[in-house]
Each structure stands twice: as structure tokens, then as C-alpha cells.
Design a protein. Structure first.
Ligand code: P6P
Length: 338
């Protein structure tokens, strides 16, 4: 008899990619190799996180600040170095752009021009590391095209539809890698006994509506009136529940699986919101549209936005189509009144 459990345990990331692409051409091989290396980065970071309190020098601050103007944590630097180390000799990636680096990192040696660019947030939600709550890594893979004479990532300023692959690794009770190469959204769970990411959910579809709204209501006083209208609505209507962990990847993963909406709006202090387009919002928007959801800045579809700067921010409203539409209905109502 056919052993489905054994076959499932053999469905690793690389095998799954080749099956998705139904081709074994150079691009398929490249994407499979790229995703396998993303998986290796995830394993290395997961290993560090799982013993962070016990590893001398793993936690705490470096004393520097990053492009966010946030204090840099040692775990941010370690995770950033992991991605560079993993892709250094790949011969696949020429450009690495990260929240932790003002300018992209180039891998000149053994790297034919016009290969791939990796844009990533190595540890998102790192404030959660010290209290052992979930954190994540977010990644986006693009074709490296065009010149970057000033080495500031000018060739990466493209809309989100151009992404070849996108996804995240959620470091939670289990380590889950979720990816899409434009053929649906699929989740893999790290089996520590094998040291492999094994297929756990295929072709994930986000519910059309969900009970969860995920937003930091502590910023209520900083929001536009439209967001306050939405919040008053969900406060007054049953069937909604608030869930917010302060770490984007975990909050997003809940929306992907259970439906609802995650919002990081513009605020008085940060009119364009806090989240970075190219390596936080756009990869998640790519995934969610593949899963039948929606993502908006409040004014435009998120994937249409072309940033003017590598670390550009946008407001983010992302989740079930009906819930994103509800938030937008309050925005549009306020616009009509103006
Ligand atoms: P706030 C973490 O610093 C992060 O970038 C995201 O992971 C998270 O969604 C957001 O910021 C939380 O920001 O302002 O609600 O604390």
C-alpha cells in the first residue's frame, strides 16, 4: 500500500517548488535553490532563537540604531549576517537589501550580473525576542535588473507585482515557512528531527471574512477619523475580536489562517505608517493576494505602489477581502465628506 505519510515527509521545499513549476528549467532550479537557502537561513535563526537566553551575547542591544531609527538588537545583526552568509556563495543573489542595512550588500564574486535580488527583514518584531514571543523573517525575491550606480538600491524600486517569490518564516511554538512563487500559498513546518521543512499546508486560501481585527489601538489618538470610525464600528458590532502581538509575522499568519484584517495606518508621528514596503508589506501582500485576500494602503492596492526609496514606508490594510473593503468604506466615506 502507498505510504502517504512517508511521501508527505519527503515533500521538502525544493521538491515542492519543482512540482509547483511543473518544469525543470533553469528558473525552476534557481527558485528551488533560492528557497532551499531561505530554509537554511530559517533553521540557523530558529536554532539561535531556541536557546537565545542561554547563548552569551545573543540578546540585548548593540548600541546602534537602524534605518527605522530603532535601537538595533544583537539578534537583528545575527539574523542579517545569516542571510548574507547563506547566499554568499550561492552564485544566485547579487543584491541583498535589508532593514538592517542602509545600502544593499553586493556579492560581486562568482555572481553573474542580472541574477536575483533578495529583500528581507531578518528578524521582524525583535522586541518580542526578550520575552520569548513569536518573531519572524520576511523575504522577497526579485529578478535583479537595471543598474545601481550609486549602490543605493535604485534598481529595486519596483511595484510588488514584479516579485518572483515572497514569504516569511514564523518562529513560534513550531517554525513555519510560508511561501508563494505565484502559484498559490504553501506552508512548511520544520521537523527538527529531520532538519527539514516538510509540507504542512498546500494552497492556503484566506477566508472571505474573519472575526479578527489586528491594530495597535494605543495609537487611536494619532489616527485619521476614518480609522476611528472603523474602530468604533467593530466595538459596537458583535462578531469581532481584537488580536495584536506587536510582531507583524505572527499577526499576519493569524489573519491568513483565520481571516480578518491587520492594519498599520498612518499616524501623527508616522504619516506613512511604520511598515516598510519592499521587505515587509509587499511580500505579505503578494502572499495574501495569492491566497484570495486583499492588501491596500487605504488609497491604492498595495502591490501597485512603486517606492521612491529603498526603505520607503506605506500604511497597510491587509486581510480578508470583505474586511479590507469594510475599512476602505470608512476611508471612502470620509473622502466623500471632504
Ligand atoms: P507598534 C515590530 O517592531 C514591527 O515592525 C512589526 O513587527 C509590528 O507589526 C509593528 O512594528 C508594531 O508596531 O507601533 O504597534 O509597536
Amino acid at each position: 500500500t502507498y505510504d502517504y505519510a512517508l511521501d508527505r515527509d519527503c515533500t521538502t521545499l525544493s521538491r515542492h517548488i519543482l512540482e509547483q513549476l511543473q518544469s525543470f528549467g533553469p528558473d525552476a532550479q534557481d527558485l528551488s535553490a533560492l528557497m532551499t537557502r531561505i530554509g537554511l537561513a530559517g533553521k540557523l535563526i530558529a536554532r539561535r532563537l531556541s536557546r537565545a537566553d542561554l547563548v552569551e551575547g545573543a540578546l540585548g542591544f548593540t548600541g546602534d540604531t537602524n534605518v527605522q531609527g530603532e535601537e538595533v538588537k544583537k539578534m537583528d545583526i545575527y539574523a542579517n549576517e545569516v542571510f548574507i552568509a547563506v547566499f554568499k556563495q550561492s552564485g544566485l543573489v547579487c543584491q541583498l537589501a535589508s532593514e538592517e542595512m542602509e545600502k544593499p550588500y553586493y556579492i560581486p564574486e562568482n555572481c553573474p550580473i542580472g541574477r536575483y535580488a533578495l529583500l528581507y527583514d531578518p528578524i521582524d518584531g525583535s522586541s518580542n525576542v526578550d520575552i520569548n514571543l513569536n518573531v519572524g523573517s520576511i523575504f522577497s525575491i526579485r529578478q535583479q535588473t537595471g543598474e545601481d550606480p550609486d549602490q543605493n538600491g535604485a534598481n529595486l524600486l519596483q511595484d510588488g507585482h514584479q516579485q518572483l517569490a515572497a514569504g516569511y518564516i514564523l518562529y513560534g511554538p513550531s517554525v513555519v515557512l510560508v511561501y508563494s512563487i505565484g502559484k498559490g500559498v504553501h506552508a512548511f513546518t520544520l521537523d527538527p528531527s529531520l532538519g527539514e521543512f516538510i509540507l504542512s499546508s498546500e494552497s492556503i486560501q484566506v477566508p472571505k471574512h474573519g472575526p479578527v481585527y489586528s491594530v495597535n489601538e494605543g495609537n487611536f489618538w494619532q489616527w485619521d477619523e476614518a480609522l476611528r470610525d472603523f474602530t468604533r464600528y467593530v466595538h459596537r458590532h458583535e462578531g469581532y475580536t481584537a488580536r495584536y502581538s506587536g510582531a507583524l509575522v505572527g499577526d499576519f499568519h493569524r489573519i491568513l489562517l483565520q481571516g480578518g484584517v491587520f492594519i498599520y495606518p498612518g499616524t501623527v508621528e508616522k504619516p506613512d505608517g511604520k511598515l516598510r514596503l519592499l521587505y515587509e508589506s509587499a511580500p505579505l501582500a503578494f502572499l495574501l493576494e495569492q491566497a484570495g485576500g486583499a492588501a491596500s494602503t487605504g488609497k491604492h492596492p498595495l502591490l501597485d505602489v512603486v517606492p521612491d526609496y529603498l526603505h520607503a514606508r506605506t500604511p497597510l490594510i491587509i486581510g480578508s477581502t470583505e474586511d479590507v473593503a469594510l475599512v476602505k468604506s470608512f476611508i471612502d466615506e470620509r473622502v466623500r465628506e471632504q
